[in-house]
Design a protein around this ligand. Structure first.
Ligand SMILES: Cc1cc2nc3c(=O)[nH]c(=O)nc-3n(C[C@H](O)[C@H](O)[C@H](O)COP(=O)(O)O)c2cc1C
Length: 340
């Protein structure tokens, strides 16, 4: 039975067992990974941008439905800076509404323009932001929940680089809608810490990259297991698109280029940072080149394992954290104590 401490606005809105969201992972959040999340009792999102052909996206959704046994999952629409040349984000929202998808994770841009389409379709919108000031804007345009993903995260930590500890304290103070905390979450005790700060759940990316169901070369996952919390770096702030990735030849080169010319611009960086190079690393396992999004919780990616096992470990660690807080109570008594 799930501990009542995990019964939150997130589990109620998504219909999942645990208040854990596997945030969309470009090129990696496919049916295999997302369905594994659904089966493990968490909420996961297919990244629409990984499937630019609408027919292929529809097929991936159908495959995920079959693999997940109709358990809940959603679609991630990442709007930073744009999906593909000639994209029409509104068309993608219409496609997923037409497919009967009930949950979306949006990110990268204010979703205000698309809220009418989403709300008309009865879709629950979880919008991802890097800090509370953007969360307040998202709340004002009517999203249902926000994920606040701090400086430690893999991918885009925003320009302010606010850490998750401060984000969660500010969110508790300032927000009215349910919020999730992400950025550096890799153990169950951090989940308890987030819930204690008023979060309704957590968002995880990096910790799940070593899941067996992630469709990537074993060499890539072994490299993540070997990496520590010190093996990521921030680049691309010169083009206001700061990204945290695994340290490698590409990040060294990009850092040098940005140091040499702070006004270098995206066109000159593109030959090094294009998503196609990173995608190749996932296929070949050669992590020496490409912008490979990864966060500081690499210090906690200790083995390649089925996603369900990683989730079970998080749950166990969360229980241990609860009993540490209240050594003489069972976790259930503790949950009753804090909800009464
Ligand atoms: C490899 C990778 C790819 C990602 N791709 C996306 C994406 O396409 N869209 C998105 O909204 N977030 C993306 N993210 C961010 C994650 O969804 C999540 O918010 C973040 O990883 C949480 O922080 P953590 O890495 O510290 O767990 C990506 C993160 C990683 C590590």
């Amino acid at each position: 039975m799930t501990d009542p401490v995990f019964d939150t606005a997130v589990t109620r809105a998504f219909g999942c067992r645990l208040p854990i969201v596997a945030g969309g992972l470009m090129w990696l959040s496919d049916a295999s990974y997302v369905a594994a999340g659904a089966r493990a009792g968490i909420m996961s999102f297919i990244t629409a941008a990984s499937f630019p052909d609408p027919a292929v996206l529809r097929a991936e959704i159908a495959k995920c439905r079959a693999l997940s046994g109709d358990r809940p999952f959603g679609v991630n629409i990442s709007m930073l800076p744009k999906l593909v040349e000639g994209e029409n984000i509104a068309d993608i929202f219409r496609l997923i509404a037409d497919e009967g998808i009930r949950f979306v994770e949006t990110s990268g841009r204010n979703p205000e323009a698309f809220m009418p389409i989403l709300k008309q379709a009865g879709i629950t919108v979880l919008h991802k932001v890097p800090s509370v000031r953007y969360a307040l804007k998202a709340q004002a345009v009517g999203v249902d929940m926000v994920s606040i993903v701090g400086a430690e995260c893999g991918g885009h930590p925003g320009l302010d680089l606010i850490g998750s500890m401060v984000n969660q304290a500010l969110a508790e103070r300032d927000l009215d809608i349910p919020f999730l905390i992400g950025g550096g979450i890799g153990t169950g005790s951090q989940i308890i810490a987030a819930l204690a700060c008023g979060a309704s759940g957590v968002v995880v990316g990096t910790r799940f990259l070593v899941a067996e169901e992630v469709t990537a070369h074993d060499g890539y996952k072994q490299a993540l297991v070997a990496a520590s919390e010190r093996d990521t770096t921030l680049t691309m702030s010169s083009v206001r698109n700061t990204v945290r990735t695994l340290c490698n030849e590409t990040t060294e080169m990009v850092k040098q280029l940005e140091a040499d010319d702070p006004n270098i611009g995206i066109a000159a960086l593109m030959p090094h940072v294009s998503g196609a190079i990173g995608r190749k690393a996932y296929e070949t396992g050669d992590v020496s080149r490409g912008m490979l999004s990864a966060g500081q919780s690499l210090g906690l990616t200790d083995r390649i394992a089925p996603l369900a096992d990683i989730v079970a470990q998080l749950e166990q660690e969360a229980q241990t954290a609860l009993s540490r807080l209240r050594p003489h109570q069972t976790a259930t008594q503790h949950a009753e104590a804090i909800t009464s």
